[in-house]
Design a protein around this ligand. Structure first.
Ligand SMILES: O=C(O)COP(=O)(O)O
Ligand SMILES: [Mg+2]
Length: 220
């Protein structure tokens, strides 16, 4: 039976933290702030670019003033756009498994809090874009953990009425998917800020290539 499969992006399909960290650290350096390590940056990713900047400011000294966040986000995105995927890699097994799922007739979509422009640029650069029926990024008004982000992705995929499943790496993903009424597969290798067993996912997978088998267990 063909399903609709909604994927998170950062920490689930791609390890984008190295390029996020480089762009963020260029901004922090320009602002005279300490830079952050890769593991530190991984802990800041998942709720979009504004949250990334706010958390980075809190982690490196005084918090950013509310009206300063937007211009800082724009400068961060300019750095990120210049090097969207220099050090980003598609996690092991992702390309093969996505191709297999698409060939098996499943409809694939992406629901990410990463800003739309960056999401599309990164997907194009990595050659992943053609696999997805719809991509709904972080410019959408009701972002994860709001389930409306997931429902909008399903609508844009033309997948209403299809059996659907969500695949992500964080608590934000689990909350959004549950809010939308979807079973959740969580990957254990991503950027979760808590032990993965506590995410509340229906099933955990250590390798992306295990997704097909996990889906059959969660929604036979
Ligand atoms: O916070 C971000 O930029 C993206 O995060 P997501 O792809 O895990 O939703
Ligand atoms: Mg993620």
């Amino acid at each position: 039976m063909s399903r609709a499969i909604v994927f998170d992006l950062d920490g689930t399909l791609i390890d984008s933290a190295p390029d996020v960290a480089n762009a963020l650290n260029r901004l922090l350096a320009e602002e005279g702030r300490p830079t952050l390590s890769l593991p530190e940056v991984q802990q800041l990713v998942g709720e979009g670019a504004s949250a990334l900047i706010e958390r980075a400011w809190t982690a490196t000294g005084a918090s950013a003033a509310t009206d300063a966040v937007r211009p800082l986000v724009e400068r961060y995105l300019a750095f990120y756009r210049a090097c969207p995927a220099d050090h980003t890699h598609v996690y092991d097994g992702v390309r093969d498994e996505l191709a297999r799922l698409a060939a098996a007739g499943h409809r694939l979509g992406i629901c990410t809090n990463k800003p739309d422009g960056m999401t599309n640029l990164v997907l194009e650069t990595l050659g992943l874009a053609p696999l997805f029926a719809a991509v709904v990024g972080g410019d959408y008004v009701r972002r994860k953990p709001d389930g409306e982000h997931v429902r909008e992705t399903l609508r844009q995929m033309g997948a209403e009425g299809m059996q659907a499943i969500y695949v992500g790496d964080s608590r934000t993903d689990v909350l959004a998917a549950k809010d939308a009424g979807l079973p959740v597969v969580a990957v254990t290798y991503g950027y979760a800020r808590m032990p993965v067993e506590q995410l509340g996912a229906d099933i955990l997978i250590e390798r992306f290539g295990d997704l097909g088998a996990a889906m059959d267990k969660v929604s036979p």
